[in-house]
Design a protein around this ligand. Structure first.
Ligand SMILES: C[S@@+](CC[C@H](N)C(=O)[O-])C[C@H]1O[C@@H](n2cnc3c(N)ncnc32)[C@H](O)[C@@H]1O
Length: 220
């Protein structure tokens, strides 16, 4: 392994991480659980899976893929899905591609500012958008900036109290009528996100830890 890269476990698999990507966090694993639940897949031993709400061969789009941990895990756990992964950072997408190759996962990577390139392309409308976008507010008094200094700022911080990119994504997803959204944000931001999403046709269905799951009231 190269000196400036290491690996981090995410959902039982090792992902290469470098200075160009966020180190996958344990709280993001609940986003995977939520997506598997919507696919009618058991995600905890002994727990009966819920009824499938996603189509049999879902198109999944992971926005802000970073190391690719979300997209790759979903591609491996849901073999029947077609998984797209976008990021604004070219170096991050290279790491995502490397991880996909190492873990034998099939994902399609696209460099894009949120859904910009997705809207321009021939890509089918995603059945579900999953995203762990930057949501850290630099003004949070409890923020330990020192602990985060090894990770890229573009992967961490967002304007408008950390909500700028999440709000933009919700509005764009609504424009292309994506039926389902699963987002990660700090629990202190959930109420504001729920309110904004509702004004953009997304009704909150469930929250677990850092994760919010929405359904578009017009698309289903
Ligand atoms: C919090 S990290 C999450 C990485 C990975 N999905 C994970 O959960 O570990 C956010 C990612 O979003 C990307 N990003 C930041 N702004 C973006 C934008 N406007 N459009 C697309 N991706 C963006 C960053 O480059 C970074 O890789």
């Amino acid at each position: 392994m190269k000196e400036n890269s290491k690996t981090k476990d995410f959902y039982g698999r090792d992902f290469i991480v470098t200075k160009d990507v966020l180190i996958p966090r344990p709280e993001t694993e609940q986003l995977i659980d939520m997506a598997l639940d919507l696919s009618g897949k058991p995600y905890l031993p002994g727990v009966k899976p819920n009824k499938r709400v996603l189509p049999e061969n879902p198109v999944i789009l992971d926005v802000g893929t970073g190391s690719g941990c979300i997209a790759i895990t979903l591609a491996l756990e849901l073999k029947e899905a077609k998984v797209y992964a976008t990021d604004i950072s070219g170096p991050a997408l290279k790491i995502a591609q490397k991880n996909a190759q190492n873990l034998h996962a099939s994902i399609i990577t696209i460099i894009s500012y949120l859904l910009e390139k997705v809207k321009d392309s021939t890509l089918p409308t995603p059945d579900i958008i999953v995203a762990n976008l930057p949501y850290v507010d630099e003004a949070w008094p409890w923020l330990d900036k020192k602990a985060l200094e090894k990770e890229p700022s573009i992967a961490l911080y967002a304007k408008d109290h950390g909500l700028a990119l999440i709000k933009e994504l919700i509005a764009e997803a609504s424009t292309i009528k994506t039926p389902y959204l699963i987002l990660e944000a700090d629990p202190c931001q959930h109420k504001s996100i729920e309110h904004y999403a509702k004004n953009n046709k997304y009704i909150l269905q469930k929250t677990t830890g850092y994760i919010l799951y929405f359904k578009n009231k017009d698309a289903i």
